[in-house]
Design a protein around this ligand. Sequence first.
Ligand code: NAP
Length: 317
Amino acid sequence: MSRPSFQRVAMIGIGLINGSLALAMREAGLAGEIVACARREETRARALELGLCDRATADPADAVRGADLVVLGTPPAALGEVARAMAPGLDPAAIVTDVGSVKTMVVREVRPHLPDPRLFVGGHPVAGTEHSGPDAAFGTLFQNRRCILTPVEDTDPAAVAKLVALWETVGAKVDTMTPEHHDRVLAITSHLPHLCAYTIVGTVADLEEQVQSEVFKYAAGGFTDFTRIAASDPTMWRDVFLNNQEAVLEMIGRFMEDLVALQRAIRWGQGDILFDLFTRTRAIRRSVIQAGQAYERKPQLKDPEGEPDGEGVTGQL
Ligand code: NAP
């Protein structure tokens, strides 16, 4: 594996993902200098304190000046505007990538602002936690995780190769696919599960309020796991659903059909249908673990109920 090196890397947005990438790149010696861009003074100060960057600015054009690699890491809906704002400072030879969780919209919104759109390679590290901001960053986030790159027809192959090498060096396994294919796959593996978690936690919270039923006190492990996913960043997830509408709506339609089938099986006491499905899903869990995308979680001693603690567990966000 060849190790890429960059003289100056501009991180536009320096939260969980870009902060973690900055740390991982530093640890691997891939970046001469890292310049971060964020709107708020407190974000910039914290990024500097934590050693995520050497310099921080609020001006995207200033941040990218002299950079040979630019990584866009703001919430998805801001990426087009950020690309427009940074363009006047951008070196035409710089490679530009992003880490956004949706790809068709990002590729469409970012490319037109760049001096050489062929040097833009969409990217999505399929790794994350429910925490946000510079303090959430850690350098091992991408170890053994997937990173999807979404070049389009005229994307420069040398830029893609350099980014593949970058992500592999920080521990990720890289796949390439079209932005459209990415959005369809992620709609089912990530977006629908998040929507289910948001719905279930919302329903339970409403019940708790209405019937004062102490649901939270006696919440079993399943609900606790859902609350971790439903604690994910509201801005990012709003952007994901609004910008992957078509694929998400299709998956919701399929999910609702399957849910109604289960509802019917429960109503008519068709235990074999339930048993067959639960047996199939148990096997799927084993395949996911074998594919290296989840870990067996053992009950922790500190919890008398033997309930796993979801905090800090990385997932496919
Ligand atoms: P985050 O922790 O909230 O960080 C976002 C960063 O962007 C912050 O530094 C924020 O600082 C800055 N920012 C926000 N709006 C901005 C703007 N208009 N201009 C400049 N800076 C701006 O978010 P994250 O979780 O790292 O997510 C970043 C990207 O990674 C998103 O596109 C998301 O879809 C993708 N992603 C997230 C996960 C995950 O698990 N969280 C996983 C994979 C991919 P200020 O508020 O101070 O500006």
